[in-house]
Write a protein that binds this ligand. Structure first.
Ligand SMILES: [Zn+2]
Length: 302
């Protein structure tokens, strides 16, 4: 199997999107499997070994509650052409729609892994592993947390690759400039507005509904944030309520004095609003973020 054939086998990832909902089960399992190609000699992994790792990944980077269906990708990846299962025939011969239960996968020690041609091609060219992994995180996660996702599975960032070209969808290069202007070049959470000459430092245009989930490059889908608040917003540490624009933090965010000072101090207070009404975050986008990214439960009201 050639390098290009391997890459195009994984490019099917584009169709994994499930409408508006974030479908990260398959991408996270594939990343996990990629990270193991170099580490272990076995081509497949026992579900009992994969399960705890996948659960943690889904809890950290998936939408709320997604770890409850952590076994789905292990089964459903079979239909994507590069994933193979080993186990008792009474389980493997089931129709594709009849997903085995967690208990069945555990008790039967069902194993899953890349098909032999894919596995051998990856093993022969370790750089290809990082290349494929980078394509997957680029397609499914915003830039601010891609490094964290790869770190969590033990894979390296490929810095030079950037976002893969997608003929369907191009990013609007003016998005960042429009959003920063709308917010007068300061973080909507903390007011950070550090500049060096004319250049803003550490200030970013966050997408409320992720670009990877077809969020538009329009100002009502953007908020200017410092890099720290952008990152925790993308990780679901806080959400913004429509109408009042109050920031509500998650119970999962913890830490010492720095956390209290830089994060929890804003719990319940209103974000700094943009300079005109038409720039306000759209409720549909805020709602998407609250459902697909925010990690509930929220902290008690202040
Ligand atoms: Zn900030």
């Amino acid at each position: 199997m050639t390098r290009d054939e391997v890459i195009s086998a994984f490019n099917a990832i584009r169709v994994w999107q499930n409408g508006d909902r974030r479908a990260v089960h398959k991408p996270l399992l594939v990343l996990l499997a990629l990270s193991r190609v170099n580490e272990v000699t076995a081509q497949t992994m026992d579900w009992n070994d994969a399960e705890p790792l996948l659960k943690v990944l889904l809890e950290e980077f998936g939408p709320d509650g997604s770890s409850n269906t952590r076994h789905y990708p292990f089964w459903h990846l079979q239909t994507d052409g590069f994933w193979k299962l080993d186990g008792p025939p009474e389980i493997l011969n089931r129709p594709a729609g009849a997903t085995p239960t967690l208990t069945e996968l555990r008790q039967n020690h069902v194993r899953g892994g890349f098909t032999m041609p894919i596995y051998n091609a990856l093993k022969a060219e370790p750089e290809l592993i990082n290349n494929v992994a980078q394509r997957i995180v680029n397609a499914h996660f915003p830039e601010s947390i891609r490094g964290d996702v790869l770190d969590a599975v033990g894979l390296a960032q490929v810095e030079s690759m950037g976002t893969p070209r997608d003929p369907q969808r191009r990013r609007d290069p003016a998005f960042r400039a429009m959003v920063l202007l709308a917010y007068q070049y300061r973080c909507a959470v903390c007011g950070h507005d550090l500049r060096m000459g004319q250049q803003s430092i550490g200030l970013e245009a966050a997408h409320i509904k992720w670009f990877q989930a077809n969020g538009p490059d329009e100002v009502p889908n953007g908020i200017a944030m410092c890099s720290l608040h952008h990152k925790v917003f993308d990780l679901g540490a806080f959400k913004i309520l429509p109408e009042t624009y109050q920031m509500v933090f998650s119970q999962h965010l913890n830490g010492g004095e720095a956390a209290s000072h830089r994060m929890l101090a804003y719990h319940g207070s209103g974000m700094i609003l943009p300079q005109a009404k038409e720039y306000l975050p759209h409720p549909v986008n805020l709602d998407w973020h609250a459902r697909q990214v925010f990690k509930s439960p929220e902290r008690s009201s202040v």
